[in-house]
Design a protein around this ligand. Structure first.
Ligand code: LLP
Length: 417
């Protein structure tokens, strides 16, 4: 459920008309709904209120400070993958004790920074990483609390580019190798073993892969305890899919039941790293139609947003619902919705059935709150688009539009010129 809908024929984010924001700040722009974000967080959290659990929002999904501060206020922790994300999480008011650090390539500097902040847990993905972390912790007279991210070799049945829990993937440590990584961890002076972690992929639309992965991890926790390790935390990652307008993935309730059933009796504090599930449907991208181009056998809707603003359709063949900001009952026809970027792949939708808008009309791309603005770039020297956040009848620009001055100031011309 989200708070983007038509009111008196005009598309609204909560109580603010999209047309009003567009009139004031121009297009394209991202728009987030506080009420939707809040609802999603509370629904997710409520399902784990009866067990010891930490919800560590996966900052990579949307790292806007407005979004992070909203989640911080609700009690969320953070799952981070870089020093930049740690700094943003801290700036938004998330406590170090609620931060877990994931990722296969943490650098020495990033580890040092995270140790200085005394974050809750490092999720370790290889032996060399473990050794480096121990050395840095030791040099600071500290111990790093760690979990090893295991790779359970389960097919998450999602897009190949967002699958992480299979043997071929760079992520995690194979179950068969994991015991030796724990043995190493136990010997290293800068390391405190506290848990196990797993994350098998993103936008999962069935529960079975979660169930299989969690069951394997449960057995592994028991095996580790049998070998004398103290395992207190179990990080089950993120990955629960959201509805993009085609099919209904399992609800958080059903996901929570699987997670709780598979971990029952272990006595571990569960950690969850939901990203998309919290912010995906709490955001939209608004664009304006520049031209309607009637081709020989296709009709192109050329809008002012492009693949550099929202890469998901190009990169993952992702489906995003596209609706006009002005409600219409006009007959639908098949159109290709494309951006101005000079690449054939700059296509948001192909042969999509919709009422043909006219030039200057506003179009809304739904479910763009996750992996939208964060993945944007300046390709074709296009400016990064602004982000706004709505709460009731108010809205705030939480990131202004980049300016041409800023764009030009990024580079230096060498002195010899
Ligand atoms: N934890 C870890 C270790 C992760 O790698 C990820 C996502 C998450 C949690 C959060 O997963 P979520 O709950 O959002 O599914 N750009 C892609 C998605 C990449 C996901 C990367 N890792 C997309 O637009 O579909």
């Amino acid at each position: 459920m989200d708070h983007f809908t038509y009111k008196q024929g005009k598309y609204h984010a909560e109580d603010v008309a999209i047309e009003k924001i567009a009139g004031e700040i121009g297009t394209p722009f991202y728009c987030y709904s506080t009420a939707t974000l809040t609802r999603h967080y509370n629904v997710f959290a409520q399902h784990f209120s009866d067990v010891a659990a930490k919800i560590c929002y996966a900052v990579k999904a949307n790292s806007n400070l407005g979004v992070l501060a909203t989640l911080a206020k609700l009690g969320s922790g953070a799952d981070v993958v870089s020093e930049g994300e740690i700094r943003l999480a801290l700036a938004a008011g998330i406590k170090p004790a609620d931060i877990v650090f994931s990722g296969v390539g943490k650098t020495a500097n990033e580890m040092a920074f995270a140790l200085e902040q005394d974050i809750f847990q490092f999720n370790i993905e290889s032996e060399p990483e473990l050794e480096l972390l121990s050395r840095i912790a030791q040099s600071k007279g500290k111990k790093a609390r760690i979990a090893v991210r295991v790779n359970p070799d389960v097919d998450p049945r999602t897009h190949a580019k967002i699958s992480t829990g299979q043997k071929e993937s760079k992520f995690g440590v194979a179950m068969a190798q994991a015991p030796q990584v724990y043995a190493l961890a136990a010997k290293l002076p800068g390391i405190d073993v506290q848990g196990v972690s797993v994350h098998i992929g993103s936008q999962l639309t069935t529960l079975e892969p979660f169930q299989q992965a969690f069951a394997r991890v449960r057995d592994f926790v028991l095996e580790l305890r049998g070998r004398g390790y103290v395992i207190n935390t179990l990080d089950l990652g993120g990955g629960l899919g959201i509805p993009y307008g085609q099919g209904e993935p399992p609800l958080p309730d059903a996901y929570a039941q699987v997670a709780k059933r598979e971990t029952a009796g272990l006595g571990c504090t569960l950690i969850f790293e939901p990203g998309r599930m919290l912010v995906g449907n709490a955001g939209i991208l608004v664009a304006r139609v520049i031209y309607v181009k009637r081709g020989e056998n296709r009709t192109f809707l050329i809008v002012d947003a492009a693949m550099n603003d929202l890469i998901r359709p190009t990169l993952y063949d992702a489906y995003h619902e596209i609706v006009p900001a002005k409600e219409t009952s006009a007959a639908k026809e098949a159109v290709d919705v494309v951006g101005p970027v000079c690449e054939t792949g700059d296509i948001f939708a192909e042969g999509r059935k919709m009422a043909l808008p006219t030039a200057d009309e506003l179009m809304v791309f739904r479910s763009c709150g996750a992996y939208g603005a964060v993945m944007a770039g300046n390709y074709n020297a296009r400016l990064l688009v602004p982000e706004v956040m709505v709460s009731g009848s108010e809205y705030a620009v939480v990131r202004p539009r980049q300016t041409y001055k800023e764009l030009i100031a990024r580079d230096n011309i060498p002195a010899w010129l």
